[in-house]
Design a protein around this ligand. Sequence first.
Ligand code: ADP
Ligand code: ZN
Length: 764
Amino acid sequence: MSLVNDKRQAAWFDADPEVETGGAFAGVVFNRPMDLVLTYRVPERLRGVVRPGQRVRVPLGRGNRPAVGYCVRVDTVPPDGVGPGRVKDLLEVLDDPPLIDAAMLELTRWMAGYYACSWGQALDAVVPAGVKKRAGTRVGTFLTVPEEVRRARESLELPAKQAEALAILCRSAEPLTLSDLCRLAQCAPGPIAALRQRGYVHTVKRRVGRGAALSTVGEPAPDAVQTAPVLTAEQAVVLERLDPALQGDAFATFLIHGVTGSGKTEVYLSAIERVVARGREAIVLVPEISLTPQTIRRFRRRFDRVAVLHSHLNDVERHRHWQNIASGEVQVVVGARSAVFAPARRLGLIVIDEEHEATFKQESTPRYHARDVAVKRAQLERVPILLGSATPALETWRNAELGRYVRLPMRERVGARPMPAVELIDLRHERPALGGLSEPLRRAMAAALDDKGQVILLLNRRGFHTFVICPKPQCGQVLKCHHCDVALTYHKGRRLLICHTCDAERDRPPACPHCRAPHLHYGGIGTERLEREIEAAFPYHVARRMDSDTMRTPGSHEQVLAAFRAGDVRILLGTQMIAKGLDFPDVTLVGVVNADTALHMPDFRAAERTFQLVAQVAGRTGRGDRPGRVLVQTYSPDHHAIVCAARHDYEGFVAQELPEREQYGMPPYGRLVRLIARGAREPTVRDYLDELARALKAAATPAVQLVGPAPAPVLKIRNLYRYHLRLRCASPRPLQALWQAVAPTLPPPSGVELAVDVDPVSLL
Ligand code: ADP
Ligand code: ZN
């Protein structure tokens, strides 16, 4: 058996490269939930070829089935406890050069420890599928001409066909296959076979890009590169503070805490310019929904080699970007969450815009938070990292308070524009007569439109009606998804009831499925219904809806925003998609149709999310020469999240929110680990989690608290029942230690899956 449980913290990444590459033993990890580095013998023919960071094919398990793993270490002697005779042979090397560099190996090893997954699982998350498949490349048998034949070609006495084929082959810039050459020389294979027999032509197997794909950055040519505007006083101060870090080789984390419209993006651009000028590369993470053409253009105008990693890329494009980044052809990588793993080899700076956004957290194994991984990467690669937000996550705020991050405030908007005035509309007194718009909001819209302004309306619910209920008092059942414990939403355009959790669709039932009552009541307002209401109220103004239903096709986002920019569209309504990052000078009114949609969620971050969303959307107005106005409809006008958002008072919000968190030991004061068990049979899931809870309680130190087990707030998703258990502690170490001690003793039974979520963002 070659199974060796070797958890040594070997300093392999510092090892002498000669020893490292020539070694006879390779440590390999796998994309499976097993916390082992297995040792394999490197056969003679692969000595010097096998290196850490390559994918390798090896026999695995009792059946010796070939499996792909990641080589993480090469040693000259077998690690302790491994007898050379018991080690299996490594079969094949899949990548040359290695896909993963030493820094990324170290980062993924840290991720495995921190996020309680295996090293192999962390590595697998780093490498995009298109890179693993080597999409856009092929292996072919190509013809080559030895150098001495090349030089002597003119003097060779050859039949005409052979001479012509040889000449074409020598002149070709691209590698040619036999059939390529037959086509180009317009000959049969015979003359080429004759050249091979004479030794004038050889064949080699090579992997090449299809066409020239791998060697070009392949983006539309940028407009002429623009220079920076004159910085505002605050921007200049921030940049001066950053400069030593940008010029040095040290790790430091900065929180750029700037109000909406204070010009944070300009600070990022100027900071990146300084590291690019030193021949370094920058990675910029933005939430996927902020990867708008407007954002991308701002980067492309300032740098000529920008790679944008967005979710619409296909495998070939992703592979090409990876190659270009790894080969140093890219100055700036802009992308969503997974761009934190971009293989920049001369990293000089990481920027995380809107660092508070929940989408930086990955909700499948490895459940990493890109912001926190980025901070770790910056530390390992000794580069500065900038976190930017108008509404920093409380974890980030606390880190700044503790002096771990340097806080750089920007309190003024560019051009000394005032922050917009925010008025609250108390829905308890100003109930809309029909749909979602109260009379004051409707009047404000009319006034803004009359005044040639534009309007943005936020409603964070899609669909037409948000629930369907049986009105019979003795029944009163809400229509739920067949597969999830979730109320169905009525989508009028598609005439379907849709589950927003699993996307299952259902026709409208003719009667209540529970009591057969003939009429069902449709209630609640989604963006689709709001759109109808606006069309009826403002028939002479063009309105567009932006939510994930209307924005399905790539490019639709861009189209709507272009029409809004041009002024053809006067009212833009939508979900949180429209709340962030948009910068349109003519927007004079922002309306929040219901500020409370997230306020009463069973989640300790409900207030924080509500504050952030209202503050962000309010920031979309007053960005031009005309002042902006914000109306916020709410049933909770006294809630501190709403009150503080209306006053643009982040610190006031923090001052009220933090003591509550501290009192309950919640983040940022405590660390959470959430264990979620799910399976098709509810009793099995519940029993397993009960047993796990008992074992954890028995092993836990007093510093660790257990909450639960309990049914998750959403009990069933996709026919799987879900129970959860939360572990809480002031610091992460005791949690890690506890989990590492207990987890191996109690693996889930068959039919139950266990997810470990460290620093959970979603608690549903
Ligand atoms: P934030 O990211 O903080 O919300 P932006 O970087 O989007 O702010 O800047 C807001 C607006 O101000 C943008 O239209 C931007 O082009 C403009 N702007 C930023 N810095 C300057 C500057 N120094 N001079 C002139 N305009 C600027
Ligand atoms: Zn469902």
